[in-house]
Design a protein around this ligand. Structure first.
Ligand code: TMP
Length: 205
């Protein structure tokens, strides 16, 4: 039985997830909540190995279906070995990305059939969904300019701007489809402006 809350944070590259994750952890911990911070793909030993395969630029060709299946294989490990046990203990879990990223990147970006993603989601997660998803939204060119300044790009970051425009649109579409769960946050301005929007949402959680 789930006692803690499951929060996910997602968005296109360069939207400022890392900074806001720190803000969220500090905010919740100040309220006496024990937060388990994790990420996708990754979060478990096997999941981190799968992440390496997925993001390495030495992995030359990967079929989009294989990419999707690897994301869900890592996710299956993640929920069974990390997320659900933590929630059952009463901890809160904050995941840097989750299933919405598969809809955005593999669905929107790669153009995979949404029904196949839904099928996998149902198979792996049944009805397990985040209590709240914070979707950081930023124009693609602005986000990518932040990525450029970070240095070397991973296999997915090497995609072109059109790919990330489709990813962004797919995220926005999902926030419109699930307005109760997915909160769209404008992260194109200062980090303080983004944090203030997040704080308002966390206050009512
Ligand atoms: P990041 O978490 O450091 O941003 O990197 C993870 C990358 O993996 C990012 O480009 C988004 C991508 N990704 C997918 O394509 N599908 C997924 O389901 C997940 C969780 C991530």
């Amino acid at each position: 039985m789930q006692k803690g809350k499951f929060i996910t944070i997602d968005g296109v590259e360069g939207a400022g997830k890392s900074t806001q994750i720190k803000f969220i952890c500090d905010y919740l911990e100040a309220k006496g909540i024990n937060v388990v911070l994790t990420r996708e793909p990754g979060g478990t030993d096997l999941g981190e190995k799968i992440r390496e395969l997925l993001l390495s630029t030495t992995t030359k060709s990967m079929h989009s279906d294989s990419e999707l299946l690897l994301m869900f294989a890592a996710r299956n490990e993640h929920i069974h070995h990390k997320i659900i046990p933590a929630l059952e203990k009463g901890d809160w879990v904050l995941s840097d990305r989750f299933t919405d990223a598969s809809y955005a990147y593999q669905g929107g970006g790669r153009g995979l059939d949404i029904e196949r993603i839904e099928h996998l989601e149902h198979w792996v997660l049944k009805n397990f969904t985040p209590d709240m998803t914070l979707l950081l939204d930023i124009p693609v060119d602005l986000g990518m300019s932040r990525v450029e300044s970070r240095g070397e790009k991973d296999r997915i970051e090497l995609e072109d701007l059109d790919f990330f425009e489709r990813v962004r649109q797919a995220y926005i579409d999902r926030s419109e489809k699930y307005p109760q769960r997915i909160k769209l946050i404008d992260s194109s301005k200062s980090r303080e402006h983004t944090s203030a929007q997040i704080e308002k949402i966390l206050e009512i959680l």
